[in-house]
Design a protein around this ligand. Structure first.
Ligand code: PMP
Length: 414
């Protein structure tokens, strides 16, 4: 049950910020205001130390050795898998596949689930606000199988049209693949509703959770999807590690994606038999340190509490929306009623890249560009936006600094 937000203790930001060494850096002589968390968040010392401790004390290859270090490494690696299982409320560690990140997870599903079974005329449904990582693998699958891609429209606020979605689900729909949270607009999709409608019709479902897991509790049992993907580096963990959650019945029925060591039981030149889940999908030596670091990140976030994180970030979003919205000539792109803590915007007469450069000179890191969501940019008729995306360690003072710096940019270029 969700905690009543009003009873939650506020975050001790001074203490929390001390956990993140990089946050005390100066950039061009100014204190860093890191507002690019949607692209990649920063790491707390607990994550850096977990990786470093692993390398200094426990490193060996996993799963194959009888010697002590190999067993320690295996225990740490599998311990991380169990932490992630608990974090997602998955039924079993067999449902947790370590991958490089969201991108690899979606490609794995497209190729292993989709390629052997889709035929010409089958349909894959995505939405207009997807990241390229949840578009291109499906386009490639369509080219390979003759299936067709259907795109659910969004409205001017960046809300996905649920009625249009329902109308798009038909007898040939085989897969629904949707974002949980849009990285370009911040829109939070009511994924439970979307997934339930697909499941009632026997359609397989995937949720791209890259922008959701850092901001809210996600529960595989209540979402009910078949697949859920996320990246470690947006969840305060290492780069190069991510997770594909897959319902056991689905993963069991899928062929391996890549072949090699670790994913086999027996190999002869006549025949190879495959390992049990999840190892069937983890060919080769995995990113052991990355998985351990991700386990530490999950512990860290759980230690603070996702409900407290969500409440602080909701405050930052409301404050930023109000302050940025009051700047003349600034237009916020993405005004859905349910949003995660990011604000995309354009400023009249100033190219987003110029804004980004001027802000950087004042120590403020934001992202500018198409955010790997070019169809969203096309929809709103802009080539790019500036995007400030907040983490739980961000403060109202950093938003004040952003607003002040935008004022300087307008004086210089507006
Ligand atoms: N989906 C969404 C919604 C994202 O925001 C991102 C990262 N920007 C991705 C997928 C891809 O994640 P990664 O690059 O870590 O694989």
């Amino acid at each position: 049950m969700a905690a009543d937000p009003s009873t939650l203790a506020p975050l001790d930001l001074t203490r929390i910020r001390q956990d993140f060494p990089i946050l005390s850096r100066q950039i061009r002589g100014r204190p860093l205001a890191y507002l690019d968390n949607g692209a990649s968040a920063q790491r707390p010392r607990a994550v850096i130390e977990a990786e470093s401790d692993y390398y200094q004390q426990h490193h060996a290859n996993v799963h194959r050795g009888v010697h002590t270090l190999s067993q320690e490494a295996t225990d740490l690696f599998e311990g991380a898998r169990e932490k992630i299982r608990r974090f997602l409320n998955a039924a079993s560690p067999r449902e947790i596949v370590f991958v490089r990140g969201t991108t690899e997870a979606i490609n794995l599903v497209a190729q292993s689930w989709g390629r052997p079974r889709l035929v010409p005329g089958d349909e894959i449904v995505i939405t207009w606000l997807e990241h390229h990582a949840n578009i291109v693998p499906w386009q490639q699958l369509c080219e390979q199988t003759g299936a067709a891609l259907k795109v659910v429209p969004i409205d001017q606020r960046g809300v996905v049209d649920f009625d249009a979605y329902l109308a798009m689900l038909g007898p040939r729909t085989r897969m629904v693949a949707i974002a949980h949270v849009s990285n370009a607009l911040g829109t939070v999709l009511p994924v439970e509703q979307f997934i339930a409608a697909a499941r009632e019709r026997g359609i397989t479902t995937l949720v791209d959770g890259a922008q959701a897991v850092p901001h809210q509790r996600v529960d595989m049992q209540s979402i009910g999807c078949d697949f859920y993907a996320f990246s470690g580096h947006k969840l305060y963990g290492p780069t190069g590690i991510g997770v594909l959650y897959g319902r056991e019945a689905e993963l069991s029925a899928m062929p391996p994606w890549q072949g090699g060591g670790d994913m086999i039981l027996t190999v002869s030149f006549e025949r190879t038999t495959y390992n049990a889940l999840p190892y069937k999908f983890e060919a080769g030596t995995p990113n052991i340190a990355g998985a351990i670091g991700l386990g530490a990140a999950v512990d860290y976030v759980e230690g603070i509490g996702l409900e407290r994180i969500a409440r602080h970030e909701a405050d930052l979003l409301a404050y930023a929306t109000e302050r940025l919205g009051a700047i003349p000539g600034l237009l916020i792109i993405g005004t859905a009623p349910e949003k995660a803590s990011l604000v995309s915007f354009v400023v009249e007469g100033i190219h987003p890249h110029d804004l980004g450069t001027i802000l950087d000179a004042e120590g403020i890191a934001i992202r500018t560009g198409h955010h790997c969501a070019m169809p969203v940019m096309d929809f709103f008729g802009v080539p790019a936006t500036a995007r400030a995306s907040f983490a739980f360690y961000n403060t109202r003072a950093e938003i004040d600094a952003l607003v002040a710096s935008l004022g300087h940019a307008r004086e210089m270029l507006g």
